[in-house]
Design a binder for this molecule. Structure first.
Ligand SMILES: Cc1cc2nc3c(=O)[nH]c(=O)nc-3n(C[C@H](O)[C@H](O)[C@H](O)COP(=O)(O)OP(=O)(O)OC[C@H]3O[C@@H](n4cnc5c(N)ncnc54)[C@H](O)[C@@H]3O)c2cc1C
Length: 362
């Protein structure tokens, strides 16, 4: 399975060797936030405004998911709806580009002097409300230990791709993430999926000289495809510029071909590369490892909708993970407000920040 992660969940040990653990002056916080996505940043800003000492830890860079989106992507959301911390986001055109969003979130992080530890992977969260222990592993496999009174988990969904579960999916030519079109010039490329990511990748690849076949299990492109992308992809398909098979699926992927299951029977297509853009899902194993209960239906973390405290007292969930497998219900536009809800509850519970918390009691 190819994901953005460097390690698979199976490699996460139950407990990390204590002897290797590093504890710096920075190792205690009132509120420790896992994930420096837009939601994690918003949570830190609001908690900081309420007087709490905050620490954000991300296994990648700042807004790691957005950094890994397609290089030339344009958001469907207008800039003011991506704003956090009441910092204005202005862009040159109506919709922000990925690069503009990266710059905006860097500016916001700098403006609020957010304490962010990048390239540290949160592996375990133990302890209890008021005294949690968090262990991370950095790029050099060094282990770091932290203490926090409360935890916010804002780990997003973009690290784990929904798999096709077909033979050949593990071949090097199969990708679950699309970045840019150049390497696929004059190549036979299959794009699997019927939503925005698939439509945009198919168009971008075709416009840069790839021979593209789109394969989707539904009868047509999904209704949620951006209003300006939908006619574009439909017209390219109508004109035969992009081949498309609807009500179809990949059955098998081989080094030089893909076998499709179509309404008129199996079809073998000559093929160089496959983009399986069939969505992503939150890291349910990580959430369970923290003790958070997941509802059987849609794997939503059980939480109080008024304040987002999970089934584990003192651990909050925020951002897209709140929607479980329904990842299209919460995005930056609405997830950015989770910070305010959580900060209000933190103030109620803790009565303000406690600058004396640092690790002197270890
Ligand atoms: C191509 C694309 C275009 C989109 N366009 C829009 C749009 O126009 N408008 C909109 O509102 N939404 C859009 N979305 C959706 C939106 O980007 C996500 O819903 C949003 O990023 C979710 O924010 P988040 O903070 O919850 O999660 P994320 O942004 O995914 O942040 C989660 C962070 O947690 C980190 N992390 C995960 N596990 C760990 C761990 N164990 N330890 C440490 N760190 C960890 C990750 O590295 C990541 O940085 C788009 C999504 C995609 C894929």
């Amino acid at each position: 399975m190819k994901t953005l992660n460097l390690l698979s969940v199976e490699q996460i040990p139950e407990t990390l060797p204590r002897t290797q653990a590093l504890a710096g002056p920075d190792s205690a916080a009132d509120i420790l936030i896992v994930g420096a996505g837009p939601t994690g940043l918003a949570c830190a800003i609001e908690a900081q405004k309420a007087g709490f000492k905050t620490l954000i830890i991300d296994k990648g860079c700042l807004v790691n998911s957005i950094y890994h989106y397609p290089t030339n992507m344009v958001f469907f959301t207008t800039p003011e709806l991506l704003e956090i911390g009441d910092i204005p986001f202005t862009t040159s055109l109506a919709k922000p580009t990925r690069l503009e969003a990266l710059e905006y979130y860097r500016r916001v992080a700098g403006h609020f002097h957010l304490n962010i530890h990048q390239y540290e992977w949160v592996k375990t969260i133990t302890g209890e409300d008021g005294d949690f222990r968090v262990s991370t592993s950095d790029r050099h496999d060094a282990i770091h230990d932290y203490r926090a009174r409360k935890i916010v988990v804002a780990t997003g969904y973009y690290d784990l791709a929904n798999e096709l579960d077909v033979p050949g999916e593990d071949l090097d030519k199969v990708f679950h993430y699309y970045r840019d079109p150049h390497p696929y010039y004059d190549m036979d490329v299959v794009v699997i999926g019927g939503k925005n990511s698939a439509a945009e990748a198919a168009l971008d690849l075709w416009r840069h000289g790839a021979r593209v076949t789109l394969v989707h299990r539904g009868p047509q492109m999904h209704a949620h495809v951006k209003y300006w992308v939908r006619p574009d992809i439909e017209n390219r398909i109508k004109a035969g510029e992009i081949a498309a098979y609807f009500n179809s699926a990949a059955q098998e992927i081989n080094a030089d071909c893909v076998v499709l299951r179509t309404p008129s029977g199996p079809l073998r297509l000559k093929n160089d590369f496959v983009f399986a853009l069939t969505g992503y899902h939150p890291d349910y194993d990580f959430l369970r490892s923290v003790g958070i209960e997941l509802a059987t239906e849609q794997m939503r973390p059980v939480c109080d909708p008024a304040n987002l405290e999970s089934s584990v007292p003192g651990i909050y969930v925020a951002g897209v993970i709140v929607a479980g497998s329904r990842t299209n219900e919460i995005f930056i536009e609405n997830g950015r407000f989770h910070g305010k809800l959580i900060a209000a509850h933190l103030s109620e519970k803790l009565g303000g920040g406690n600058p004396n918390f640092p690790l002197d009691a270890t």
